[in-house]
Each structure stands twice: as structure tokens, then as C-alpha cells.
Write a protein of this length. Structure first.
Length: 441
């Protein structure tokens, strides 16, 4: 029987990833609680020694020897109140009133007798003649034969509760150290908009705010997640993971690009619209290292791996520059910026671009300039360069070199004659003068 108990304890330790010593300590505390409930009293400071090899149980009452003191009905030392009154009768300065009262309270606490953990020296010497002040008096208590079924049931409940607490503590400590890192996870299910992810020893939660709208999370799919926070709750450790955090992009580049992991290339800033597009600014202090090329990799293999991990999200890698003007120009790529005017007080910048670069600088639904503003920390306004009018809506179809001028003249003539505004450009071939003389009379 003893071997089976010891094997069960070791199996629990292996399964829950906790130490054997902590389980034995939990069992001893549970047995002490069960003994106090059925056979002891609340004034006993019980300690239990449990030997899993022999199944032997020994119960002790441990108290500290103190001086003989006269107590009142509430257990306070008689005379301490008188000293307290004398000290409160003194009228110190107003500034020192708080300190004096705190000191008196401290003395009261020191002189208070605790019968659960303390025993007076006269009583201690009746039990042990050579007892001294400050000594721990250990009395072994008799373990009755009835300390079995009822005690085992109580101990079982306490053991289960303590084991859960120990397991939660182990899980919390394990993932608290991994906070801010990447972890592989398997999606289990979706509950109330939250995605539950199996990350090994725990189930993580990905709330809607940390999800990417364009991604579809189906049960069983495996993804990489960023551990955003680890906290404790009534249900145990709560691990929050994210797929939309900027740091997910940073950690992926650190994992895939050795130059970033070694510190040769630094990621200065990241701007991201999850699921659509990201911009990162990189730099280096080494002369023989190309920061952008290092991140892109040979034939784009490195950045393509990260794009695949992010579900096809586009990534722009630009070179960071200490000069804000040059940095803004780089951030607005692939558009070519003619000039930039900075307004330091308002932290705004005006970027001047040519007419053919205007829509490229703004981007689809303003995405390019929005990401550039987030990347640089400047609010950027796109304006046409001096001497260049703002671009109008593009033509519906291609036109031949001489067609625009001819069409303009015909449109003006049509408007002056009150004709329709729409004029077709290839009209000169319509009359066909050679076909008219064919009708001979």
C-alpha cells in the first residue's frame, strides 16, 4: 500500500509538473487540518510528519516558550493598558501625535499573548523541566485509531484544492516568464467572440480586439501567437495572446533575420494595419551591412516567410534616418517625394509630390500616408509640388498623342453650337468621301 501511495504522489508530480516536496507538504497540512477538526482544538499549533514509505503519521503541537504573564479575559497582558494610558496622557506636539500612537499600538501587539503559538515558562517546565525562554516546545499527540475515514475525506478535499493551487502557480510562473514572446498554439474553439487557444499547459484567450478581421480561425489550425499578458484570476492563470499586435511582426523578424537577433540591424519603429499592410523602419551601425537587404533576404525568402506567417499581409521595409525629412521621404515609399516642410510645434509635415505620385503617396483609402505618419510620429499632409496642379480623375481609356488637343477643340465647338458635350475622338473617318461618287445617273 505504501508503495502505491508513493507512486501515486510521483505520478501526480509528473503530470502536474510540481515537486514531490510541495505535494508532501500539502498532504501534511491537509492531515493537520483534518486532525484539528475532528480530534484537536483551535488553540493547538499542529504539525504533521507523514512518511509515504511507511504510511506513518505523527502529530505534534509546537509552541514557543515565553515569560509568565498575567492575562485578562481577552488575553491581553495586565499592565499594558496602564502603560498605554500613561503614554496617551502625555500631550506631545501635534506633529508627533501619529508617531506616538503608532508606537503604543506596536507595544500592545508585542505584549499580547497568543495561546495558539506560545506557552508560559511555568507551564512549559511542567511538561519539560529544562525548558528555556525562546525555546520551541514540541509535544507529540496521540493519534487515535478513528483518525482514518473522516480524516481521509477531509484530507482528500484539502489535497485536491492545494494541488490545484500548486498547479496554477506553476503554470503562472511558466508563462509569466514567456510574456512578450512568440508561442505556437492550436485553436480549440470560439466562445462569445473569444478564440480559445491550446498553448500546452494552459488554454490562452484571444479577445476580439487582438484578432485580425481578415483571418478565419477554425478548430485545429496552428498559428504563431504573441503572448501579450499573463495574469491570475479566480479560474487560474489567464494568458492573453494576440495576432494583431505590432510586436508580433517584430518577434517574427527577430526569429527569421539573424542580423536582427545579433543586434547588427535594429528595428526602430513599426506601423501596422493588421491583415492588410505593415511598414517597418530598420537601421544599422555596421558599414558592411545592408539593413533593408538583410530583412528582405536572398530573392525575398526571409520577408516572404514572415508574410506567410501573417496570412499574406504586405510588408514595406524602409531605411530609418536620423534626419526627419529624409525619414518621411523614405516612409512614403514607393511614392517619390520632391520636398518636405516640417512644422515642429504642431508636429506636422507637408510632403510635396508630383502629380503622377499623388495617389501613390496617399495610397488606397489613405493607407500609405496613414502608415507613414504612424511610423515616423509626424502627421503628414500630401500636397502637390510647386507649379504642379492637383491631379484630376484619370481618363477612362488610352488616347493617341494628338487626340487630346483635337478633342478639346471639338468639345468647345460643340458647346458653342449647343450640341452634346460628349464628343468621340476618332470622328475624322466617319464621312468616307470616296464612297459618295459611286451613284452615277
Amino acid at each position: 500500500m505504501s508503495k502505491e501511495v508513493l507512486q501515486a504522489i510521483k505520478a501526480i508530480c509528473d503530470e502536474k509538473h510540481i515537486s514531490v516536496e510541495s505535494v508532501l507538504s500539502t498532504i501534511e497540512q491537509a492531515l493537520a487540518a483534518a486532525f484539528r477538526k475532528d480530534f484537536g482544538n483551535r488553540m493547538q499549533n499542529l504539525k504533521v510528519d507523514f512518511n509515504p514509505e511507511t504510511m506513518a503519521i505523527k502529530v505534534y503541537d509546537v509552541k514557543t516558550v515565553v515569560e509568565d504573564q498575567e492575562l485578562d479575559e481577552e488575553g491581553n497582558v495586565i499592565g499594558a493598558e496602564g502603560e498605554t494610558i500613561e503614554k496617551t496622557e502625555e500631550k506631545p506636539e501635534e506633529k508627533k501625535e501619529g508617531q506616538a500612537s503608532a508606537a503604543i499600538e506596536g507595544e500592545e501587539e508585542e505584549e499580547r499573548f497568543n495561546p495558539k503559538t506560545q506557552i508560559m515558562i511555568s507551564q512549559a517546565r511542567e511538561i519539560k523541566p529544562g525548558a528555556e525562554l525562546g525555546e520551541e516546545l514540541v509535544q507529540e499527540l496521540e493519534v487515535p485509531g478513528e483518525f482514518g475515514r473522516m480524516a481521509a475525506q477531509t484530507a482528500k478535499q484539502v489535497i485536491i484544492q492545494r494541488l490545484r493551487e500548486a498547479e496554477r502557480e506553476v503554470v503562472f510562473n511558466e508563462y509569466k516568464d514567456k510574456e512578450g514572446t512568440l508561442i505556437n498554439g492550436t485553436i480549440q474553439r470560439i466562445e462569445a467572440g473569444n478564440v480559445l487557444v491550446d498553448i500546452g499547459q494552459a488554454t490562452a484567450i484571444m479577445p476580439p480586439s487582438e484578432q485580425v478581421r481578415s483571418e478565419h480561425y477554425s478548430s485545429g489550425s496552428q498559428l504563431r501567437f504573441f503572448i501579450k499578458s499573463v495574469a491570475t484570476s479566480s479560474r487560474g492563470p489567464e494568458v492573453i495572446v494576440s495576432r494583431s499586435a505590432r510586436e508580433l511582426v517584430r518577434r517574427l523578424f527577430e526569429m527569421e533575420v539573424p542580423e536582427i537577433a545579433d543586434g547588427a540591424v535594429l528595428i526602430k519603429s513599426i506601423a501596422r494595419e493588421p491583415g492588410s499592410r505593415s511598414k517597418i523602419a530598420v537601421t544599422t551601425s555596421a558599414d558592411n551591412v545592408d539593413p533593408v537587404g538583410s530583412c528582405v533576404g536572398q530573392r525575398g525568402t526571409r520577408v516572404q516567410f514572415i508574410i506567410n506567417e501573417l496570412g499574406g499581409e504586405k510588408i514595406d521595409i524602409i531605411e530609418w534616418d536620423a534626419d526627419d525629412i529624409q525619414f518621411i521621404k523614405n516612409a512614403l515609399s514607393p511614392a517619390k517625394v520632391a520636398d518636405v516642410a516640417l512644422h515642429e510645434e504642431a508636429r506636422t509635415a507637408e510632403a510635396f509630390v508630383a502629380a503622377d505620385q499623388f495617389s501613390l503617396a496617399i495610397g488606397k483609402q489613405g493607407q500609405n500616408v496613414r502608415l507613414a505618419s504612424s511610423l515616423t510620429g509626424w502627421r503628414i499632409d500630401i500636397k502637390p509640388a510647386q507649379g504642379v496642379a492637383a491631379p484630376e480623375a484619370p481618363a477612362k481609356g488610352p488616347q493617341e498623342p494628338g487626340a487630346p488637343e483635337e478633342a478639346g477643340k471639338k468639345e468647345e465647338a460643340a458647346r458653342s453650337n449647343g450640341e452634346a458635350e460628349h464628343v468621340e475622338v476618332p470622328k475624322p473617318e466617319v464621312p468616307k468621301p470616296k464612297e459618295e461618287p459611286t451613284s452615277d445617273t
